[in-house]
Design a protein around this ligand. Structure first.
Ligand SMILES: Nc1ncnc2c1ncn2[C@@H]1O[C@H](COP(=O)(O)OP(=O)(O)O)[C@@H](O)[C@H]1O
Ligand SMILES: [Mg+2]
Length: 340
């Protein structure tokens, strides 16, 4: 269990992290998600020990690590840019930490062999130079180098960001399996909401050095705590206070005065369902074809609202057509007016 208590990190006059509190559970895959510059790397580097916080404390399993040096924290780290030693071959890269810690040659050889199997590297690759490897393979080496030390915590800072899309998705699956097998508490940094949703047990959504929400992927996506979270994760429709009132009137709900509503685009549709208790008339202004589904944009009383329809052989609607958008009031996330 990791406890970050009231952590503040400054770079000169600039406060990058202000009074952060977070608890991470044993064995959890925990993700820091947020836009570039919101402080994700800063908080990870603080936990690892590269940065000393101006205030606050870091505890792991009840032990205060705030002033413990990096190499004594038992935290493995993998960076976006691999950060391998270019003059060493793969074996030497993976074995580096064991060598520094003066483990025997025999033990080191055995551990390296064990670990390359876990990250799907081949033994005949061990003598190759890291510069001969693809990005994906380099990242496997970086991962092997971290886990060979049997850390208590694994920290991964955008480890897949430099890889092309297909490889990223493949490695993502492998990473998740590996983490499950090892059962190691993992802190993962990304700006990619899909990565966060698919990999994580829980996610902390960051905005400007502060945590907006901590929750499971489903909680973050379907019960966003703030407008920022709504907007950052996934596609969302905004309903003006007038539309929220209209939706409430149709469905017999009381939303409170002057609320703004947000609703995920897949919760709206062009066909009435058993759950629908609201219908908004509008005009289709745009149609985008995505293969698996088609995305329609509607104009409803000056609001631009999107919905998606699975492509199951039904006819398409055309821009200019008058149609209705159906949905259920419970799917609207309501916030006080103001903010974004
Ligand atoms: N070494 C540094 N010196 C000064 N400012 C920094 C330094 N590192 C990061 N920052 C600033 O701190 C903020 C958070 O940065 P960072 O933690 O790298 O964000 P993220 O990883 O979420 O992109 C940014 O505004 C960034 O410009
Ligand atoms: Mg970063």
């Amino acid at each position: 269990m990791i406890e970050l208590k009231n952590i503040t990190v400054n770079y000169g006059d600039f406060t990058a992290i202000a009074g952060l509190d977070l608890s991470i559970r044993q064995g959890e895959f925990f993700t820091f998600l947020g836009p570039s510059g919101c402080g994700k790397t800063t908080i990870l580097r603080t936990l690892v020990g590269f940065i000393a916080p101006a205030e606050g404390s870091i505890e792991v399993n009840g032990k205060d690590l705030t002033h413990v040096p990096v190499e004594k924290r038992k935290i493995g780290i993998v960076f976006q840019n691999y950060a391998l030693f270019p003059s060493m071959n793969i074996f030497e890269n993976i074995a580096f930490g064991l060598k520094v810690a003066k483990f025997s040659k025999e033990y080191t050889g055995r551990k390296v062999k064990e670990v390359i199997e876990k990250v799907d590297l081949k033994e005949d690759q061990l003598s190759r130079n890291v510069s001969e490897l693809s990005g994906g393979q380099q990242q496997r080496v970086a991962l092997a180098r971290a886990i060979v030390m049997e850390p208590e915590i694994l920290c991964l800072d955008e480890p897949l960001s430099n890889l092309d899309a297909k490889l990223r998705v493949g490695l993502r699956g492998e990473l998740k399996r590996l983490q499950r097998d090892l059962g190691i508490t993992t802190l993962y940094v990304t700006h990619d909401q899909e990565e966060a949703l698919t990999l994580s047990d829980r996610i902390a959504v960051f905005n400007k050095g502060k945590v907006e929400q901590v929750g499971t992927p489903d909680e973050i996506y379907n019960h966003s705590a703030t407008e920022f979270v709504c907007d950052f994760i996934g596609d969302i429709n905004r309903l003006s206070p007038a539309l929220v009132e209209e939706a409430a009137r149709q469905s017999g709900n009381v939303p409170g005065k002057n609320k703004k509503g947000f609703i995920r685009i897949e919760r709206m549709g062009t066909a009435r369902t058993a759950r629908s208790n609201i219908a908004f008339e509008g005009i289709i202004t745009d149609r985008e074809y995505y293969g698996i589904y088609t995305k329609y944009t509607f104009d409803v009383q000056g609001n631009s609202l999107k919905c998606i329809e699975k492509n199951d052989g039904n006819a398409y609607f055309n821009p200019g057509e008058k149609r209705s958008l159906y949905f259920n009031f419970d799917d609207i996330m309501l916030f006080e007016r103001g903010g974004l």
